[in-house]
Design a protein around this ligand. Sequence first.
Ligand code: FUB
Length: 450
Amino acid sequence: MKNIITLFLCFTVMSFAQNPIFTSVFTADPSPHVWPNNPDKLWVYTSHDEPGSNNHYGMTGYHAFSTTDMVNWTDHGRILHLENVDWAESHAWAMDAAYYRGNYYLIYCMKEAGIGLFRTGIARSDRPEGPFTDLGYVKGVEFGQDPALFIDDDGTPYLFWGHDRHCYGAELNKDLMSIKKETYIELTPQLKYVFEGPWVHKRNGKYYLTYPGLTPRRWPEKMFYAVADKPLGSYEFKGVFIDDFKGQSGTNHGGTVTYKGKDIMFYHSAWLSGGLSETRSVMADYLKYDKDGNILPIVPSKKGLGNAKRTRTTLKLEAENGFAAGGELYNVIVDTWIKDFSGRGYVTNFDNPYDHVSILAQVAKPAKYRFKVRYASPDGESNHNILINSHLYREFKFPQSKEFTEIDFGIVNLKAGDNLVRIFRSDWKPTKGDLAIDYIKLEQVFEDEL
Ligand code: FUB
């Protein structure tokens, strides 16, 4: 018996589980990138499934994640939402991101209000973690679902998109807001089984177009690829490289990136929801080629990218992002006077009772998180209340601190879906401090760590 227990313990300790990558929130349609100004950091942009939704019709926004070790991830929260896009009414489906001429772009699709057709939207930020500001939709793109922006080595931007068994490509004009009409091409006939979700990457001078496709009358989607000498083809169909797998969602969708010398394929499954096939979670496995440049089949693995027992995500939510990130700034301001803030600045000027900052944290399942607040209160202590989901969590005197410092409030319970953390001035009692809130952190903790 003792031996069996020892064996079980060894197995538990040795079990590797880096898939799904993000276990804190439901994510789909991953778009992985390493930006040229920081080769140490890997970014993954995703769409978001609501807990329990099990369909794609109610999708409303996007998240950005970053890591430097592929085990510990930061969820930067909501980076763009339907509410931030005037022309759209629904279907915040797949997206891509790009670094282009000094700015970060999110290229996404939503259905146009009143018309109900997919458009390809463009949003910009001066920071990789957003939030992103919508600039409008790309002119010349019809049925603009599942956009992917590929920027070639000479800086030429190309847009690919795919919708309901069709796939298209075109060169974009330099402002990214319209296609060069004369370059527009329907790629469908070159991409056997194509359904949606194209993604282009370049390797050894060849262009690889990977895409989810359907063999005749058969769901779920498999991942296929084709290869060309030029971005807009013509493409030679090569075959399947992620076949159906256990626990797959009906769809598959993904992209590739080279990070720290290794090629990685990001895609999605339904492994986290455990049964709700359309409530998805992002996965990653290494992408390998044979000596002729053919992609070797990927068999989705629990182990994923490494030998860690699991990945861990920390939600790092900047106070100043406000409405764009699903929160609220009520009668407070964003300032930059106290140095060493993270993000764009911090929130301050809580002059009156109920002046507050509310910050949105989206999670997949009811779970425990370690809650931290980074603040400064240069002139003295500050009396404030913290609400989590409208319940008083803590009345707290933030001690005087001239510099930003993190307070660890311990473990909190979050519910599945949207959680609002509100920090507000509670009363008229004069306090010397003028509280400045930089960010909050919510770190995943697991049952065996409590
Ligand atoms: O996530 C919504 C839709 O499902 C995407 O746009 C498709 O590619 C499929 O993954």
